[in-house]
Design a protein around this ligand. Structure first.
Ligand code: FES
Ligand SMILES: [Fe+2]
Length: 374
């Protein structure tokens, strides 16, 4: 019998045009069944952003991506390729690595099987008597990995579309930011008691800024942008970069060669399902929302600047005002999303959208496209 939670009839009001549409019902943010369907159909079937290439500069550099399909090792091999491996030993399945670091071999902490950087088994102590055991058959399981201008994505299954076709026109649209020439300068992690969609939705509208960020960012005005592919977004028009708080002194110069559109402001995009890439006039930053359970998420915020900006005298000092802006505004966003999660526990009826919530409506409908029964 089909589950009424995934019956398209139930969501007809969300499917209407923006100004006639209802918001998603609260069960979409609280139900474990709905969450598990999202993991299966949204997160395991689509490309996932995991970080930046330059986070792994030398052979043996790695970081672990704790994603919705399990822990994955992102590794720079001896041949300088990037690889993604399931973070699980081929012997009896122990996790192999945690966090980030650098290694010459991946050595299992349980019985010391060791793997080369290319994932092949190199040493299996104590296995001499085991019959028909061919170490070549027990390399680390590899996941599809693809990059665009330094952004690294993995896939937990077999991608139906290449990363390039998944992203549609996004790489072209932000080509003048030259993200391939940017460098990651730092990250921040947050644990939030809210469903991943509440966080992603909040990142897709400026309606809340005059209330939630009244004393910090202030009210922002956003307009819709056209998008083709698995992403959406909005433009916050401002001559100054909104990557620092209003009144911040000594912001960095704008990126050389930005095209006319890119000079107009900051583009708050969302690569579906849950990675916000923000292209501002002086930097780019990302908010990667990771689902943990129906009412709990993790967020990684990472920041990138052009090398020419990083080379400026006093960069380390001047960049502090950027991290201050991200720390302050993110704390305000996280707190309001936790308050919103609390409000979903009541059996409330769905609400309505303001015209400025076009991208929230787009995300809700993209999710429904994936999870509902056909
Ligand atoms: S589980 Fe890794 S060596 Fe035994
Ligand atoms: Fe916000």
């Amino acid at each position: 019998m089909s589950n009424p939670l995934f019956d398209p009839e139930r969501y007809q009001a969300v499917r209407k045009p923006l100004l006639e549409a209802a918001t998603l019902p609260p069960a979409c943010y609280t139900s474990t069944e709905f969450f598990e369907r999202e993991i299966e159909r949204v997160f395991l079937r689509n490309w996932q952003f995991v970080g930046r290439e330059e986070q792994l500069e030398a052979p043996g550099d790695y970081f672990c991506y704790e994603g919705p399909g399990g822990s994955v090792i992102i590794m720079r091999t001896a041949e300088r390729q990037l690889k993604a491996y399931a973070n699980s030993c081929r012997h009896r399945g122990s996790r192999l690595l945690t966090g980030a670091g650098s290694c010459k071999r991946i050595v299992c902490p349980y019985h010391s099987w060791s793997y080369r950087l290319d994932g092949n088994l190199s040493n299996t102590p104590g296995m001499q008597q085991t019959r028909n055991f061919d170490p070549a058959e027990y390399a680390l399981l590899e996941l599809p990995l693809a990059t665009w201008d330094g952004f690294v994505f993995i896939h937990y299954g077999s991608p139906l579309a290449s990363l390039t076709s998944y992203l549609g026109d996004m790489p072209d649209r932000f080509a003048s930011h030259r993200c391939a020439d940017m460098h990651h300068v730092g990250s921040m992690d947050f644990d939030i008691n809210a469903n991943w969609k509440l966080l992603a939705e909040n990142a897709l509208e400026a309606y809340h800024t005059g209330t939630v960020h009244r004393a910090t960012l202030g009210q922002q005005q956003a307009s819709a942008i056209e998008s083709d592919g698995n992403w959406t977004g909005l433009l916050v028009e401002d001559e100054r970069s909104v990557a620092t708080l209003p009144g911040a002194t000594k912001p960095f110069p704008h990126i050389d060669g930005l095209d006319g559109g890119a000079r107009r402001g900051a583009f708050f995009t969302m690569v579906f399902p849950s990675t916000q890439l923000v292209f501002a006039q002086d930097c780019m930053w990302w908010l990667a929302f990771h689902p943990v359970s129906a009412d709990h998420s993790r967020l990684t915020l990472g920041a990138c600047f052009p090398q020419s900006t990083i080379d400026l005298a006093g960069f380390d000092d001047r960049v502090k005002s950027y991290f201050e802006r991200w720390r302050v505004a993110t704390a305000e966003d996280n707190a309001i999303c936790e308050a919103q999660q609390d409000g979903q526990k009541l059996a409330r009826a769905p609400g309505r959208f303001a015209a400025s919530e076009f991208a929230v409506h787009a995300l809700a409908n993209w999710v429904l496209d994936q999870v509902l029964d056909s």
